[in-house]
Design a protein around this ligand. Structure first.
Ligand code: ZN
Length: 236
C-alpha cells in the first residue's frame, strides 16, 4: 500500500532544494581548497595531532578511514577518524576538516554541555528515526482504510509526532555542536600557527559550507514535523 499526498511535496521540496544546494556548495568549496596547499605543509592528520597534543589529548588516536568526507570524532571510542583525503593531503580543506574534528575532542575535554546532551539522546533518536515514519504513515493508511477509528488514530499520530520531534531536536542540538567545533578549530589553527592570516578566510569558508548541510537537515526535519502536525489536525 503506497501512501502519497501532494501536500507532502510542498513541505518536502524546500528542504530537499536547500539540502541539494548545501551539498553542492560544500563539494564546490571543499574541492576548491583541496587544491590549495597549506603554507604550514601539514597534512590533515598532522594538524589534528598538533591540536590534540597541545590540549594534552595524547591518548586520542587519529585514524584513517575510507570514503569521502566520512570524517568524525567518536566520543565513545575517544578516537578521531579522518577520510583518506583529509588524512593524507596537505591542503587547506584537509587541515580545516581535520581541525574541526579535533574541535569535537576539545568539546568532550571541556565537558561542553550540548555535546553531552547530543550523545545522551543518540539511542532514543535512533529508535525514533526508524519508528516515526512507520507509525505516522501506518496510522494514516489504516485510518483512511477505516481499519482504525478516530481515538486510536489520534493517539498513534501523537506518538509519531513526539518521536519525530525527538529527531528534530537531535538535528537542532547538532547545530551548536557543529558551529562550536568549527569555532574551536579556527581558534587553535590560528593560535598554534598552523594556518596563516591569509589562509584563515579559506578555512572559514570550508567549515561554513560544511555547517550549512546541518542547517539544511534541521530545516527539512522541521518542515516535515509541521506537515505531520497538519495531517494529524486535519484528519481528526
Ligand atoms: Zn562536526
Amino acid at each position: 500500500m503506497f501512501y502519497f499526498d501532494p501536500l507532502y511535496l510542498l513541505f518536502a521540496i524546500p528542504g530537499l532544494l536547500l539540502g541539494l544546494y548545501a551539498q553542492f556548495k560544500l563539494s564546490a568549496t571543499y574541492g576548491k581548497y583541496m587544491r590549495v596547499p597549506a603554507e604550514s605543509g601539514l597534512t590533515g592528520a598532522q594538524a589534528a595531532r598538533r591540536i590534540l597534543d597541545d590540549a594534552g589529548l595524547y591518548n586520542i588516536p587519529v585514524e584513517e578511514i575510507p570514503g569521502k568526507l566520512t570524517d568524525h570524532f567518536d566520543p565513545k571510542k575517544r578516537a578521531l577518524f579522518l577520510s583518506s583525503d583529509n588524512f593524507r593531503e596537505r591542503s587547506l580543506s584537509a587541515v580545516g576538516v581535520a581541525a574541526h574534528e579535533a574541535g569535537h575532542a576539545l568539546q568532550q575535554q571541556a565537558a561542553y554541555a550540548p555535546l553531552n546532551f547530543r550523545m545522551a539522546i543518540v539511542p532514543i533518536t535512533n529508535f525514533a528515526t526508524s519508528a516515526c515514519y512507520f507509525i505516522l504513515m501506518g496510522s494514516v493508511i489504516l485510518h483512511s482504510m477505516r481499519y482504525i477509528g478516530g481515538p486510536l488514530f489520534s493517539g498513534l499520530m501523537t506518538l509519531g509526532i513526539v518521536l519525530f520531534a525527538i529527531v528534530a531536536l537531535f538535528q537542532a542540538i547538532t547545530l551548536p555542536v557543529e558551529f562550536d567545533a568549527s569555532r574551536r578549530a579556527k581558534e587553535q589553527l590560528f593560535r598554534l600557527g598552523l594556518v596563516s592570516g591569509n589562509e584563515r578566510a579559506a578555512v572559514s569558508r570550508v567549515l561554513s559550507a560544511a555547517a550549512m548541510t546541518y542547517v539544511a537537515a534541521l530545516v527539512t526535519a522541521l518542515l516535515q514535523l509541521l506537515y505531520w502536525i497538519m495531517v494529524a489536525r486535519d484528519r481528526r
